[in-house]
Design a binder for this molecule. Sequence first.
Ligand SMILES: [Fe+2]
Length: 274
Amino acid sequence: MKDTHSASKEPLSAYEKAAIEGHDPRCTPQYLDGVPPIGSEIVKPVYSDEHNDNWRFLLNRQKSLLQGRAGQAFLDGVRILGLNDKGIPGLADLSVALETATGWKIARIPGLLHEREFFELIAQRIFPSTDYVREKNELDYTPAPDCFHDIFGHMPMLTEPAVADFYHLFGKSALNATGNQRTCLERLHWFTIEFGLIHQVDGLRVFGAGTMSSKNEVVHALSDEVEVIPFSLEKVIEQDYEVWHLQPRLFALDTFDQLVREFRAWAEKEGLLA
Ligand SMILES: [Fe+2]
């Protein structure tokens, strides 16, 4: 069989390399071609009925699981952003709502980004989001980024002022991190932004995007199968995690201000906010 690629002498793209290695190419980080469209520059795609149906199915399924599980800040965020089952919302409209709430904007990106490009946006209070939704055969699970995770999972918490400030500080710190500091930041991201828990007056609640966009994680997170540890930044940065399984151990904040306070102190001590 003719190898058309080596014949053309063109370098392989990240997607092509991943396909050859057998990975889902959508999970391969990629570089942006230039500055991505931000806020009002983002053109909403014309979604098919099937894609809007997929969004509707995912949103209604998650919403039915959130009662008594989701933190109040997340529920408030869903309302502020106007997320509903009419169809996939436009990123430009979401950007306006987010900017009004906490000064964050949204950039449209084509898929998983390389870390540095991701954090360069986060450090400017710009959240990178995809605008395509998973396919029908992936409704229960997809390892790839999609707009249900980015929009429904991540954006509601960015309307919460302390979380918005934490993530901004996180992005700035990530750009300066080296060596073990990077591992610490990955763990902090995992156990807060993706899988964080918070104590409310009415009980323990979930707020992380990884939890909110997964039907299994949202039920599992507050079950007896999870060991819940009081949040302490020093403990979190020592805690390894497993990407491909349900989380056996999670950390619970007392308040979102605690997260900002502990993170700022640590990042300053590490020289990451200079
Ligand atoms: Fe995420």
